[in-house]
Write a protein that binds this ligand. Structure first.
Ligand code: ADP
Ligand code: MG
Length: 505
């Protein structure tokens, strides 16, 4: 039992979010550290306070490297806009207790003059009782019973469904599937756990900044609970959130072939190759997987899933019952979307790097046309002083004023994967990628795809160009992309049904 917990906590930081740190040497060092950590700590309880402190410092460095300034502790006045992002010497802010001393900090967003937050930006709705009543130990026990018995030994067979107990982790959280109300049937063939509990990893500091990060994560899901394109939230308390459980990530779907061939490390199963998509994704009436990049319709549907989630995040759920300004996800990658293998539906997830755009005060009244929304309100620019990794937009690398359009550019990397099946910039190294993006270079789509006029892929590539547009003000919005994809889907469905009719005739 304790060893199982060590599997969970001991390897905590070596997660998929750390993909940003691309150096091979780093990977070896990490594996080395992991091995030492595992030898030293047979059980979680065996960690000394010094070990925890060392891990905590390491995690803080990793967090900064991967996510940069993710929480709202950034003072735009302290930022020289035309200096490539270097801090102004004159206004150098001492990092004392009022800023982010000791890795913690106020976590309170500093507002630019003439800008204000929307009222709901400050809300939070904790329901801690619900969270504290969850029998997590029961879920882990169930996982151990399941792993030991019933011939479920192979990682391949386990991969069909979401496992019980520990599922995986990102940079911030360990994720456990569970049955919060004890309503799932008790036999071993239970198809899937209903919920996941996402708990901040023990090595991260329990401070205001992280509290703020997870408050925003929960608030986004709460505000958009009527959206069909975001993960549903069931509960939240401090740095822990309870959400609906969803079996796979979009990365699993897009890169299914790569994952079949190349063994990848996962905190749950170690280095393993994955079973083919056909073996775990449900099929439609024509026998095609419900989510796949290997058919034209499949590629359109995946792209729609990506941009529909983003549209709701940027524009609200369309109910028009509250003021809305775009929420910027700021960390979009394929693994931040979840895909349900039973329905093929795609859900946007993981909002703890998100930022709420603020309102320009001059547009406060929303010109008397009902509740002001992202289309009637003007937003203030956003500043994020760090842009780690290779999945960011040129304006983030340029340290320029930002808007929700940065998400559109990052979603372009996902669209590129959907069209080509390749990871963007897979042959290049980090620094070069960043410089190339700043210069206006983009991952290339092969000319045969691009020039095959009238085909779905040529249309998707044309959209990709609009999404990868250098100037954020000219870049397509999520709404525009969704509209284009919907008409492309309609066109293809019509074409498919007329082909069927011809076949029957
Ligand atoms: N609702 C969920 N259902 C199933 N697995 C999930 C769910 N949410 C997250 N996961 C798994 O946990 C991983 C980390 O979750 P994420 O929300 O990205 O946390 P972090 O903030 O640590 O990045 C995901 O990549 C996914 O594999
Ligand atoms: Mg994540």
């Amino acid at each position: 039992m304790l060893e199982a917990y060590d599997g969970v906590f001991g390897k905590g930081g070596d997660d998929d979010d750390n993909e940003h740190r691309s150096s091979r040497g780093d990977g070896r060092r990490r594996r080395g550290r992991r091995k030492v950590a595992m030898q030293r700590h047979v059980a979680y309880e065996g960690r000394t306070p010094e070990d925890v402190e060392t891990l905590r410092m390491e995690r803080m460095r990793e967090a900064r490297a991967a996510l940069g300034t993710a929480a709202g502790d950034f003072d735009p006045d302290d930022f020289r806009r035309d200096s490539g992002g270097k801090r102004s010497k004159k206004k150098k802010r001492s990092r004392d207790s009022s800023s982010r001393g000791g890795g913690g900090g106020s976590g309170v967003e500093r507002l630019m003059e003439g800008c204000s937050t929307l009222e709901w930006h400050a809300y939070h709705f904790p329901n801690c009782n619900e969270i504290h009543e969850i029998d997590l130990r029961g879920a882990v026990r169930r996982q151990l019973r399941h792993d030991e018995g019933g011939g479920e030994g192979s990682s391949h067979s386990r991969y069909h469904e979401l496992p019980w107990g520990f599922v995986g982790n990102g940079l911030w959280r360990d994720v456990f599937s569970c049955d919060p109300r004890g309503e799932a049937p008790g036999n071993a063939s239970t198809p899937r756990p209903p919920a996941v509990l996402k708990v901040m990893k023990s090595e991260h500091t329990y401070d205001h900044r992280n509290f703020e990060r997870h408050r925003r994560d929960a608030l986004v899901m709460e505000r958009l609970s009527s959206s069909h394109h975001l993960v549903s939230i069931y509960g939240y308390c401090a740095n822990t959130v309870l959400t609906e459980a969803i079996s796979h990530t979009l990365d699993d779907v897009i890169y299914a072939r790569e994952n079949e061939e190349v063994a990848k490390w996962s905190p749950r199963s170690g280095y393993v190759t994955r079973p083919p998509l056909e073996s775990w994704m449900a099929k439609d009436e024509d026998g095609e997987p419900l989510a796949t990049r290997e058919t034209e319709l499949g590629r359109i549907r995946l792209a729609l899933g990506v941009f529909r989630g983003l549209k709701d995040l940027h524009e609200g759920d369309g109910a028009g019952n509250m003021e809305w300004l775009p929420i910027v996800h700021a960390d979009l990658q394929a693994k931040q979307y979840l895909v349900d293998s039973l329905t093929g539906k795609i859900y946007l997830n993981d909002f703890n790097r998100c930022r709420f755009l603020t309102r320009k005060d001059s547009t406060k009244s929303g010109n008397g046309t009902g509740i002001p929304t992202s289309r009637t309100l003007e937003s203030c620019p956003l500043y994020i002083p760090t842009a780690p990794g290779s999945a960011r937009s040129p304006e983030e690398y340029d340290m320029a004023p930002l808007s929700e359009k940065l998400d559109i550019f990052s979603a372009g990397n996902i669209l590129y994967g959907i069209i080509t099946g390749n990871r963007p910039w897979s042959d290049e190294r980090g620094k070069h990628i960043r410089a190339a993006i700043q210069k206006g270079e983009r991952p290339t789509v092969n000319d045969t795809i691009r020039n095959a006029a009238g085909t779905v892929d040529a249309e998707l590539t044309r959209l990709l160009d609009r999404v990868y547009e250098h100037d954020p003000t000219k870049r397509a919005s999520a709404r525009e992309v969704v509209l284009e994809l919907e008409s492309l889907l309609e066109r293809e469905l019509r074409r498919k049904s007329s082909m069927k009719t011809e076949d029957l005739a």
